[in-house]
Ligand binder design. Structure first.
Ligand code: PEP
Ligand code: MG
Length: 892
C-alpha cells in the first residue's frame, strides 16, 4: 500500500483532485508544486492511514514507518539537510489537513526537529544564533501545547515575567541569550509537568506530532465541528510534513495570509495581512497586529507601518503573480499562506477561500463576466444556505446610535443582544431563548459552541483572518475583531472601552459590516436584494425546473414571499389566521359548541373574517396559485385554559361557563398530535370545512373580478389517511363551490387535493389520487409519524442521537431519505399511476432545506414550498439540484 505521497519543486505525486486521499491542504500543495510554484518540498500521509489507525485500535498500518523515513530522507536531500543531523539539521512543519478545512483539529507544529544539539547546527548554518533559539522556544511551546497538551499559559507566563523584569516590550527586543534562557525555563516546565524531559529525539518528535494529528480527528472540538458542518467521521484527516522555511530570519523575512479577492465584499482587490520577522502562528494568534498587504489598504486604514507592497516590493510582485496564476488555474478566489525567507517567496497553502454570501455572489458573477466560468458554474458557486446572511438585517442609517467600540469589520450583518464573556454562558443563555453577544479577548476552537449560540461576536485581538473572523464568516454571524480599545475586566463582570463601562447583561448592537459596536439596541433594516444577487438568482431561475412557493398565512408574509421570488403559496395554514386574540374566541366557540346550531353560529362569525383574509392574500398573489389548507388545529393549541379564557367564550357565545369548562375538559386529549385534528375534524363537523370552502371560493371570485387576473385556489385537505376521508370531504367542498359559483354566476378553476403526511396515505396514494388533484408532502407530520417521534418533544433528546451518530442529521430539518423519503417515493409512484398529471409538491419545513430540495428534485416534484425568507435559498438550491442531476445523468 502507498501511504505517503511526496511533492517538491516542479512535481507532486498527487494533485488537486485527490482531496479524499491527501486532504485539501496536501492535494493543493501537490498541485502547486506541479504548477512550478515555489513550494517547500514535503510529503502527505494519506487519510487512509487515519482510517486504518482507528479501525486497528490506534495502530499504524504496516509499512508506514519505512515510507515516512524514506520520504523524510528525500525531503532532506532536496534541501541539502539531514533530519536529526547536528550540523545540517532538517526542520519540518507538521500540519493536519482534512478534506474540508476543520478548525477543531490540531493545526500545526513548526520547527520540528530542533533539539539541544540541532539548534546549534541551525545557528551556525543561518549565522544567526538569535533566530535559532527563537525558533527553538517556539517549537517547545507549540509542540508541548498541541502534542504534550500543556497549557499555553505555562509558557506565556514565563515569557511575560522575563520581559517585565528586563523592561522589554516587544519579543523582537530579546537577544540570543535571552531566548536561550527562556528555552531552559520552558524545558524545565515541560519536565515538571510531564515528569519527563522534552523529547530530544527528532524521530520521537515527528511521530508524536503525527499521532497528535490523527488523535485530534476524534477530539471533542473536531466532533462538534463535524456535526455542525455535516462532515462524516469516516473521511479521516491527512498529515502534511514539509521542510521549514523561515519568516523569522530578520527584516527581510515575513509571513502572511492573503486572499486573491476581498472575502468580505468580493471586490477584486488583493487582500491580506503579514508580519515581518515572524512565523505563521503570530499572524493567526493575533498576538501582534499584522499589517495590510497593499499600500491602498494601508492608507485606507490610516496605518503608518509599511505594507508588504512598500516594504518588500520584489517579493510582493512575485506574490501577486502567484495570485493571478492560482486564480486562473483554480478559476476561483484563493486563500493563501506564504512565507518570505530572506526575500524569497514560498507558498505554504492555497485553497478556495471562504467568503461571505455577499462576496460569494459578487465573485461568482465577476468570474463569469471575466470569462473564467460560465453562468451555470456561477450558480453552483454560491452555497444556498449562506444566502441567509444576505437576508439578514443591517443597521437603519437613520436610527440613533451610541458608539462604544470600533474594530475590524470581520463578518457582515447586524445584531443586538446582551453581553456575555464566555462561550458556555452564551450557549446556556441562548438555550433559554435569550439573544447574546459573545465578547472575548480572542476566540479559539474551544469557543465554537458559544459562537454558534451567539447573535454576534466581538474580540479585542486578531485580524481579519483570526479564528474569530474566519469562523464567524463561515457561520454567518456578524463579527467585529481586533477592537483594541476593548478591555475585559478580570472579574468577567464588565468590559471597558474608551473610558466607558459595559456590564455583562447590558444590551449592545454589533454592526459587523462596519466593525462597530453600539450601546443598546439599534433599529435594523432588511437588505436590498438587487445587483449581483438579482443577477445570480436570475441565472439560477433560468436553469431551475421546480417551482418555488412559500408557506404564508398572512398578506404580509405573502408580500415578503413575492418580493423574494416565490411563485405562489404552497401552504396557507388557516388555523394560523385565528391566533389573533379577537378571533380565537370565535374559534373556541366553534370548537366548544354543543351542537350544530351552536357551531353554525360561531362559523357565521368566522366566515367574513376568513373571506377577507383570503381576499387580501389572493390580491397580493394575484396571477399565482395559492394552496389553502383547511383547518388543522391540534386541539391543545386552541382549547381555552384559564378561567378568564372560558369566561370570554361564555360571553361571546351565551353559553354557561361551567358547561363550557366541562366541555373543554372532555375535549382534552392525551395525544393531541394524533388526536382529533386535520380532516378528522372535518369528518366530525363538515360544516367547518364547508364554511372555509365558501370563504375561499367567494374570495377568489371577488379578486378575479377586481383584478381581472386568474385566481387559482388549491384547496387542501390535511392529515388524510384513507381515501374515503378525502372522498367524503371533497364532495362537500365541490358542492359548496358549485353553489357559490351559481350564486355569483361565475366560473373558477380550483383544485382539491390533499397533504401526504401519514405513512398510510403514502402507501395508499393510488387510491387517494382518485380524488386528489394534487399532493403536497407534509414532511413535518410525515417525519413525526414515520419515526413515531413527537415534533414537540424530540428536541430534548435528539441531540443525544446526533452526538452518538445514531442519526446523522436532524430528520425534522433534512429529509430522512431512507425512511420518510422511501414513503415519498412510493406515494409519487402510486399517485402518478392513478393520475399521471397529478401536481406534486412539498410544504413541510424541508421545503427550504438544500439537501432535501436535492432529494425532491430527483423525485420529480413540481414545486417546493418554504418560509418566505428561505425562498431565495430554495430557488438557488433547486437550480443546483437540477444542474447536479443533469451532470450525473450525462456521466451515467
Ligand atoms: C407538515 O406536517 O409537514 C405540514 C406542513 O403541516 P403542519 O406543519 O402544519 O402540521
Ligand atoms: Mg402537518
Amino acid at each position: 500500500m502507498k501511504w505517503v505521497y511526496s511533492f517538491g519543486e516542479g512535481s507532486g505525486e498527487g494533485d488537486a483532485s485527490m482531496k479524499h486521499l491527501l486532504g485539501g491542504k496536501g492535494a493543493n500543495l501537490a498541485e502547486m508544486a506541479s504548477l512550478g510554484l515555489p513550494v517547500p518540498p514535503g510529503f502527505t500521509i494519506t487519510t487512509e492511514v487515519c482510517t486504518a489507525f482507528y479501525d486497528n485500535d490506534r495502530q499504524y498500518p504496516d509499512g508506514l514507518k519505512a515510507q515516512v523515513a524514506a520520504a523524510i530522507a528525500t525531503v532532506g536531500a532536496a534541501v541539502g539537510r539531514v533530519f536529526g543531523d547536528a550540523d545540517k539539521p532538517l526542520l519540518v512543519s507538521v500540519r493536519s489537513g482534512a478534506r474540508a478545512s476543520m478548525p477543531g483539529m490540531m493545526d500545526t507544529v513548526l520547527n520540528l526537529g530542533l533539539t539541544d544539539e540541532t539548534v546549534k547546527g541551525l545557528a551556525s548554518l543561518a549565522g544567526d544564533e538569535r533566530f535559532a533559539y527563537d525558533s527553538y522556544r517556539r517549537f517547545i511551546q507549540m509542540y508541548s501545547n498541541v502534542v504534550l497538551e500543556l497549557d499555553h499559559h505555562e509558557f506565556e507566563d514565563i515569557l511575560e515575567t522575563y520581559k517585565e523584569e528586563r523592561d522589554y516590550f516587544l519579543d523582537t527586543e530579546l537577544s540570543a541569550d535571552d531566548w536561550k534562557s527562556i528555552v531552559a525555563s520552558y524545558k524545565g516546565v515541560v519536565e515538571k509537568v510531564r515528569g519527563k524531559p522534552f523529547p530530544q529525539d527528532p524521530t520521537e518528535q515527528i511521530w508524536g506530532a503525527i499521532g497528535a494529528v490523527f488523535g485530534s480527528w476524534r477530539n471533542d472540538r473536531a466532533e462538534t465541528y463535524r456535526r455542525l458542518h455535516n462532515i462524516p467521521e469516516s473521511w479521516g484527516t491527512a498529515v502534511n510534513v514539509q521542510a521549514m522555511v523561515f519568516g523569522n530570519m530578520g527584516d527581510t523575512s515575513a509571513t502572511g495570509v492573503a486572499f486573491t479577492r476581498n472575502p468580505s465584499t468580493g471586490e477584486n482587490e488583493y487582500y491580506g495581512e503579514f508580519l515581518i520577522n515572524a512565523q505563521g502562528e503570530d499572524v493567526v494568534a493575533g498576538i501582534r497586529t499584522p499589517q495590510p498587504l497593499t499600500k491602498s489598504a494601508r492608507e485606507a486604514m490610516g496605518e503608518e507601518d509599511p505594507s508588504l507592497e512598500e516594504a518588500m516590493p520584489k517579493a510582493y510582485g512575485e506574490l501577486t503573480a502567484v495570485f493571478d496564476k492560482l486564480e486562473k488555474h483554480y478559476r476561483d478566489m484563493q486563500d493563501i499562506e506564504f512565507t518570505i525567507q530572506e526575500n524569497k517567496l514560498w507558498m505554504l497553502q492555497t485553497r478556495n477561500g471562504k467568503r461571505t454570501a455577499k462576496a460569494a455572489m459578487k465573485i461568482a458573477v465577476d468570474l463569469c463576466q471575466e470569462g473564467l466560468i460560465n453562468r451555470e458554474e456561477a450558480v453552483l458557486r454560491v452555497e444556498p444556505g449562506s444566502l441567509d446572511q444576505l437576508l439578514h438585517p443591517s443597521l437603519d442609517p437613520n436610527a440613533p446610535r451610541d458608539l462604544v467600540l470600533a474594530g475590524l469589520p470581520a463578518s457582515p450583518g447586524a445584531a443586538s443582544g446582551e453581553v456575555v464573556f464566555s462561550a458556555d454562558e452564551a450557549e446556556r443563555l441562548s438555550q433559554e431563548g435569550r439573544k447574546v453577544i459573545l465578547v472575548r479577548v480572542e476566540t479559539s476552537p474551544e469557543d465554537i459552541h458559544g459562537m454558534h449560540a451567539a447573535q454576534a461576536i466581538v474580540t479585542a485581538r486578531g485580524g481579519m483572518t483570526s479564528h474569530a473572523a474566519v469562523v464567524a464568516r463561515g457561520m454567518g454571524r456578524p463579527c467585529v475583531c481586533g477592537a483594541g480599545d476593548l478591555k475585559i475586566d478580570k472579574s468577567g463582570a464588565f468590559f471597558t472601552a474608551g473610558g466607558r463601562q459595559v456590564n455583562k447583561g447590558d444590551c449592545v448592537t454589533v454592526d459587523g459590516s462596519a466593525g462597530k459596536v453600539f450601546f443598546g439596541e439599534v433599529a435594523t433594516m432588511q437588505p436590498e436584494l438587487s445587483g449581483d444577487f438579482a443577477t445570480l438568482m436570475g441565472w439560477a431561475d433560468n436553469v431551475r425546473r421546480m417551482a418555488v412557493r412559500a408557506n404564508a398565512d398572512t398578506p404580509h408574509d405573502a408580500q415578503v414571499a413575492r418580493n423574494f421570488g416565490a411563485q405562489g403559496i404552497g401552504l396557507c395554514r388557516t388555523e394560523h389566521m385565528f391566533f389573533d386574540a379577537e378571533r380565537i374566541v370565535a374559534v373556541r366557540e366553534m370548537i366548544l359548541a354543543e351542537d350544530k346550531a351552536g357551531r353554525e353560529a360561531a362559523l357565521a362569525k368566522l366566515l367574513p373574517m376568513q373571506r377577507s383574509d383570503f381576499e387580501d392574500i389572493f390580491r397580493v398573489m394575484s396571477g399565482l396559485p395559492v394552496t389553502v389548507r383547511l383547518l388543522d388545529p391540534p386541539l391543545h393549541e386552541f382549547l381555552p385554559h384559564s378561567d378568564d379564557e372560558i369566561e370570554e367564550v361564555a360571553k361571546s357565545s351565551g353559553m354557561d361557563a361551567q358547561k363550557l369548562k366541562d366541555r373543554a375538559h372532555k375535549l382534552q386529549e392525551f395525544n393531541p398530535m394524533l388526536g382529533h385534528r386535520g380532516c378528522r375534524l372535518g369528518v366530525s363537523y363538515p360544516e367547518i370545512y364547508e364554511m372555509q370552502a365558501r370563504a375561499i371560493v367567494e374570495a377568489a371570485c371577488t379578486i378575479a373580478e377586481e383584478t381581472g387576473e386568474r385566481v387559482t385556489p388549491e384547496i387542501m385537505v390535511p392529515l388524510v389517511a384513507k381515501s374515503e376521508e378525502l372522498s367524503f370531504l371533497k364532495k362537500r367542498i365541490d358542492d359548496v363551490a358549485s353553489a357559490v359559483l351559481k350564486e355569483r354566476n361565475a366560473t373558477l378553476d380550483y383544485l382539491v387535493g390533499t397533504m401526504i403526511e401519514l405513512p398510510r396515505a403514502a402507501l395508499t396514494a393510488d387510491e387517494i389520487a382518485g380524488d386528489a388533484e394534487f399532493f403536497s408532502f407534509g414532511t413535518n407530520d410525515l417525519t413525526q409519524t414515520t419515526f413515531g417521534l413527537s415534533r414537540d418533544d424530540s428536541a430534548s433528546f435528539l441531540p443525544d442521537y446526533l452526538r452518538r451518530n445514531i442519526l446523522e442529521r436532524d430528520p425534522f430539518v433534512t429529509i430522512d431519505t431512507q425512511g420518510v423519503g422511501a414513503l415519498m417515493e412510493v406515494a409519487v409512484e402510486k399517485g402518478r399511476k392513478t393520475r399521471p398529471q397529478i401536481k406534486l409538491g412539498i410544504c413541510g419545513e424541508h421545503g427550504g432545506d438544500p439537501d432535501s430540495i436535492t432529494f425532491v428534485e430527483n423525485l420529480g416534484l413540481d414545486y417546493v414550498s418554504c418560509s418566505p425568507y428561505r425562498a431565495p435559498i430554495a430557488r438557488l438550491a433547486a437550480a443546483q439540484a437540477k444542474l447536479e442531476e443533469r451532470a450525473s445523468s450525462s456521466n451515467a
